[in-house]
Design a protein around this ligand. Structure first.
Ligand SMILES: [Zn+2]
Length: 186
């Protein structure tokens, strides 16, 4: 179980194992924004695992985080489907081959099946008689969150991953004592 950590400004800051989010709650550095349906149990206590927490104090982020251009991230963006034929993808293809000046960047890489990748070789799609099913996109501002979560983002994260979401400023209702009792038990 992973927890989305928001900055005090409500912007996504990181994705951490839920137990690490618990440490933030224990140290009173964060409050619970959203709870999952899963629970942590400790004797008489049963608490919902937090799916989203927010830091109490704003943390300055020195650079704007973007989705890393990794094999995993490309497969995630393309749904593990070959962008030429739609079958299961195993390879990464440079649309304009590097040998023809293509760059290793988001709008020039796609997931591809082995067959299309081999057929294409060092050629452009047009040269190989292949057609891209859609133009490879550059990830949105918070798409790195989905990559960090391995594509398994909790539904409760959705409002925080869109720029213009209206976010309710609910505060956590659990006491520090409860979190402490729990952290001893799990
Ligand atoms: Zn294919």
């Amino acid at each position: 179980m992973r927890t989305l950590v928001l900055n005090a400004s409500n912007e996504p800051l990181s994705v951490v194992p839920a137990r690490r989010a618990l440490v933030l709650l224990l140290r009173e550095r964060a409050v619970v924004v959203s709870e999952s349906e899963r629970t942590w149990r400790a004797e008489s206590l049963s608490l919902n695992v937090p799916s989203v927490v927010r830091l109490r104090r704003y943390v300055t982020v020195p650079y704007r985080r973007t989705a890393p251009l990794s094999r995993r991230a490309i497969f995630l963006r393309d749904g593990h489907r070959c962008q030429y034929c739609g079958k299961h993808a195993e390879n990464i293809d440079h649309v304009i081959p590097k040998t023809q000046g293509g760059q290793h960047q988001w709008d020039n890489v796609v997931a591809s099946c082995r067959r299309c990748n081999t057929r294409k070789g060092g050629r452009t799609p047009a040269q190989a008689g292949l057609q891209l099913q859609r133009k490879p996109s550059v990830p949105g501002r918070f798409d790195w969150v989905l990559v960090a979560a391995g594509g398994r983002a909790d539904r409760s994260w959705a409002p925080f991953l869109s720029m213009d979401a209206r976010i309710s400023m609910s505060e956590g209702t659990r006491s520090r004592e409860e979190w402490t009792a729990l952290s001893v038990a799990i």
